[in-house]
Design a binder for this molecule. Structure first.
Ligand code: BV8
Length: 249
């Protein structure tokens, strides 16, 4: 029944916005952000490592943590949930609509699975940036040759948005534009605790959108959504696409 609410809303929508979190990549074997970290990292709180202060304090440790995560995601593959989202985008745009995929994920799997209009609001693990010039590098060797890696002027830092850092202006503008005209907003696999991304649902509601949250369990943001859909994104998203436009993975 609940899936029918989602597919009915999607069938009559021209402008769709999806927001994904780490839960969408869980079935690709990538630990979610707040899962217990594996092995060596189990004694660190990820939010402690994902800050400019942590990098300032220990650039070697932080560079190593990000490079290990980069190598992990490069070894993982998109899952059926990623591919279903790419198919949904193609269906909406083929019918003259807009489909914007806002992602908090830094693993690059949406682009690798064929999604086109992807806004990485928290940056990407596959990008490194010079701390002085801001120059970006996406073709660094794996693993990096040294931790931290020096540049001519400074050091390489991960191309992600750390806690306490502003989201990229371009990403915020793209998100704002899409949210201002969206008719359906679907938040998938996110704990809804990191702002401003978690607050995007309010912007969607202000635009009059129907809002849906898909997760294994309710979150602190569930009450902001019209409908909560319980399930695994890798299973539910292909089912939604199938009921919506006959998609088969
Ligand atoms: C900023 C990159 C201002 C690094 C990350 C109010 C407004 C604005 C800011 C704040 C605010 N209140 C507090 C803040 C500060 C802070 C914040 O939000 N703190 C929180 C913790 C309280 N926000 C910031 O600092 C942001 N910056 O606002 O700057 C500013 C303005 C001008 C000038 C200067 C500053 C920056 C936030 C970005 C931080 N970077 N990542 C890295 O990855 O290392 S955030 C990090 O959390 C990841 O990106 C992750 O994507 C994100 C959110 O986590 P989730 O994706 O939701 O993952 P999580 O593990 O939490 O949950 C997974 C979910 O999936 C679970 O619910 C689970 O049930 C579900 N799930 C699991 N498996 C499945 C599934 N669901 C479906 N199917 C499955 N199979």
């Amino acid at each position: 029944m609940t899936l029918q609410h989602v597919t009915d809303a999607l069938k009559s929508a021209k402008h769709v916005v999806v927001m994904t979190g780490a839960g969408v990549s869980a079935e690709s074997g990538i630990p979610t952000f707040r899962d217990a970290l594996e092995g060596y990292w189990s004694k660190y709180d990820p939010a402690e490592l994902a800050t400019p202060e942590a990098f300032q304090r220990d650039p070697e440790l932080v560079s190593r943590w990000y490079d290990e995560r980069r190598m992990k995601v490069l070894a993982c593959d998109p899952n059926p949930g990623h591919f279903a989202l790419a198919a949904m985008e193609a269906h909406v745009t083929d019918n003259g609509g807009t489909f914007t995929l806002l992602t908090q994920n830094v693993d690059g799997l949406h682009v690798r699975s064929g999604s086109q209009n992807v806004v990485e609001v928290h940056g990407s693990l596959t990008t490194w940036r010079c701390t002085v010039t801001g120059e970006e590098f996406t073709d660094m060797p794996t693993p990096l040759e040294s931790y931290p890696t020096p540049t001519d002027e400074g050091l390489l830092r991960p191309g992600v948005v750390w806690f306490g850092e502003a989201l990229p202006m371009k990403a915020l503008q793209a998100a704002g534009e899409a949210l201002s005209q969206c008719e359906v907003y679907l938040a998938i696999g996110t704990s809804g605790v990191v702002f401003p991304a978690a607050g995007f649902v309010s912007d969607a509601k202000a635009a009059g959108a129907k809002t849906f949250e898909l997760n294994l369990q309710k979150t602190p943001m569930t009450s902001y959504f019209d409908t909560f859909v319980e399930g695994k994104s890798g299973e539910v998203l292909p089912e939604i696409a199938s009921q919506w436009f006959g998609y088969s993975s």
